[in-house]
Design a protein around this ligand. Structure first.
Ligand SMILES: *[C@@H]1O[C@H](CO)[C@@H](O)[C@H](O)[C@H]1NC(C)=O
Ligand SMILES: *[C@@H]1O[C@H](CO)[C@@H](O)[C@H](O)[C@H]1NC(C)=O
Ligand SMILES: *[C@@H]1O[C@H](CO)[C@@H](O)[C@H](O)[C@H]1NC(C)=O
Length: 246
């Protein structure tokens, strides 16, 4: 009788597992829905624990889903390039949690108030890198793109890590940039964890990613990628008397 009950329970739990796996057959993947379970802060602690032990994870940003790892960990960065099958000459950006952190990794050329008027937001600011940034991170360039997404979870993760996150969009190079986790399901099995925040962005432009501007030369700005926030970004930069250059 007991054995029979045990068998029944086993069959039940297998049934549940199969049902969960059924939609796309990705039962082995580790997808956490951020709107379920414990608080966002608890999810963020788990994500940062994974990053601090060198894992690569997928996280939502204010534009796209990104792949993140610790910028200061060489093995983890190599793994990002492997997962994305991305040429390692293409630089990654870093993500930090506060405007103050920007000064640790980039040589800021603009007033503090300019940083706070653009960030947090869908804008990547490029500066000369500081010596503190891992030399093996983007070794081909003395510049670094810095991002503070307007998205609570990723900022909480960056804050818990107290270390910059290497960040890139969660698409395999040349594939469309993902605004929901299903769009990069082929990468799930390669990631330690996927943090799902549902469908990102109310508009299609979200796929264009952040606006990237090079501020490494004082008094000027150079557009690297138009992205989602070009109009408002250039308005703000011009209000600080920065001139557009090529
Ligand atoms: C799934 O992700 C969580 C959060 O990062 C982590 O604690 C856990 O170890 C992961 N599980 C597996 C099986 O990889
Ligand atoms: C870097 O990540 C690897 C795994 O990818 C891990 O074994 C190692 O402990 C990490 N090193 C540091 C310094 O965090
Ligand atoms: C992601 O997809 C976009 C097209 O939506 C493409 O422009 C971009 O190069 C891809 N990202 C990377 C880094 O592979």
């Amino acid at each position: 009788m007991k054995i029979f009950t045990l068998f029944l329970q086993l069959a039940k739990s297998l049934g549940t597992a199969a049902a969960e796996a059924a939609p796309n057959g990705l039962s082995m993947s580790n997808v956490t829905r951020l709107w379920e379970g414990p608080s966002l802060a608890t999810h963020a602690e788990k994500a940062s624990a994974a990053l601090l032990s060198g894992h690569v994870i997928a996280v939502p940003t204010d534009t796209l889903y990104g792949i993140a790892a610790l910028a200061q960990n060489n093995t983890a960065i190599e793994r990002i390039y492997e997962i994305k099958r991305r040429s390692s000459t293409k630089p990654l950006a870093i993500c930090v949690s506060t405007v103050e952190d920007i000064y640790l990794w980039g040589k800021v050329t603009v007033p503090h108030s300019l940083l706070t008027s653009l960030l947090p937001g869908p804008v990547t600011l490029v500066f000369q890198r500081t010596k503190q940034l891992n030399l093996a991170f983007n070794p081909g360039t003395d510049l670094v793109g810095i991002r503070i997404p307007n998205e609570d979870f990723i900022r909480a993760v960056a804050r818990c890590c107290s270390s910059p996150l290497a960040l890139t969009s969660a698409n395999i190079s040349s594939k469309a940039s993902p605004v929901c986790v299903e769009e990069f399901s082929e990468l799930w099995s390669k990631l330690h964890a996927v943090f799902d925040s549902g469908h990102l962005g109310e508009h299609l432009e979200s796929r264009e990613g952040s606006t990237i501007v090079d501020l490494s030369h004082p008094g000027t700005y150079r557009l690297i990628r138009r992205g989602i926030a070009y109009e408002q970004t250039s308005k703000i930069l011009q209000s600080y008397d920065l001139c557009l250059t090529d």
